[in-house]
Design a protein around this ligand. Structure first.
Ligand code: NDP
Length: 296
């Protein structure tokens, strides 16, 4: 039997963060008379995207934010989408704009992201925010990576000097996590599909972050005893009930046996994404309004 204190409970941490964000939003309204505003843009009918957007809208309401949802058909043309972004950029009640990705085929998502006012880019994907992250300047940081680092700091405190290995180098997850860990003074290795001796590289890690998208690829004997493991992967695999079940990129039971701490899937990193979206919207609203960003 393995101690449950090894589990990093992202669900509970995210819930606490959302409560703190809601309290900060209520204080802003009382003291400064404004509400953070988030616009979520959904194009097309992708079922997974619809679920994400519903959760984001619910979280926006619970945080006491002003929220608007824009649903556009998959047949929308690029110019119409760009015109909506322009309107949202100009809307003083909106401080955060999130375009649910991926966009349907035929739409240029890079152009859409580039059109978002960087101050309202709560997904942290605009090149200005990417540059700010790597330069250590104040910008907006992608939500899932921010969530991973908040969980790590909550569990480990100061991360200075720790060896961190991030497996996966996507612009959305792996690279920003590496930048954030570097900013926390970790010694960072960014591994990917061409990395030689990946198990050996992973075994060097005090902090091992898996963001690959391959079910249970990282085995227990890749994990250094006493390491802290953050599993970003969300993979649906077949299960006897026919609906499938969610697993991460890490073979959980094997890793749990050797790690000091590990995030489960589900209930680890996943819930942090929306909580950090709320945190980013609060941050964006305060900066745009010229009000000190509350610590949450
Ligand atoms: P991508 O497909 O964009 O990137 C995957 C990365 O993994 C690439 O850098 C790729 O390397 C690397 N990779 C693939 N195969 C291997 C391998 N055999 N060995 C080593 N590296 C490999 O995925 P994302 O970054 O968008 O997502 C990663 C995972 O995180 C997915 O499971 C996704 O569902 C999940 N996710 C979870 C979120 C959450 O809220 N919890 C949010 C976002 C994503 P290369 O660059 O060389 O091709």
């Amino acid at each position: 039997m393995v101690s449950s204190t090894k589990l990093i409970d992202g669900k509970a941490f995210a819930q606490g963060l959302r409560i703190r964000v809601a309290a900060a939003a209520a204080a802003l309204k009382a003291e400064h008379g404004f509400q953070p505003g988030l616009a979520v843009v959904l194009v097309g009918e992708d079922p997974a995207s619809q679920v994400y957007v519903r959760s984001k809208t619910r979280a926006t309401e619970e945080a006491g934010f002003h929220g608007v949802e824009h649903k556009l058909p998959a047949t929308v043309v690029q110019n119409e989408l760009m015109a909506l972004i322009d309107r949202l950029n100009a809307d003083p009640a909106i401080h955060g704009i999130l375009v649910q990705l991926p966009l349907p085929a035929g739409l240029d998502s890079a152009a859409v992201v580039a059109a978002i006012d960087p101050r309202k880019d709560v997904d942290g994907l605009h090149v200005e925010n990417v540059g700010a992250l790597w330069n250590g300047a104040a910008g907006l940081v992608p939500c899932t990576p921010l969530g991973c680092v908040l969980l790590l700091k909550d569990r480990l405190g100061d991360l200075t000097g720790l060896n961190a290995v991030v497996v996966g180098r996507s612009a959305l997850v792996g690279k920003p996590i590496a930048a954030l860990l570097l900013a926390e003074n970790c010694t960072v290795t960014l591994a990917h599909s061409k990395t030689r001796d990946l198990p050996g590289v992973c075994r060097q890690a005090d902090i091992l972050v898996a963001a690959v998208g391959r079910p249970e690829m990282i085995r227990g004997d890749w994990v250094k005893p006493g390491a802290t493991v953050i599993d970003v992967g969300i993979n649906r695999v077949p299960a006897p009930d026919g609906k499938g079940r969610l697993v991460g990129d890490v073979a959980f039971d094997e890793a749990l046996a050797v790690a000091a701490a590990i995030t489960p899937v589900p209930g680890g990193v996943g819930p942090m994404t929306i909580a950090c979206l709320m945190r980013n919207t609060l941050t964006a609203a305060c900066r745009i309004k010229g009000v000190a960003v509350p610590a949450v």
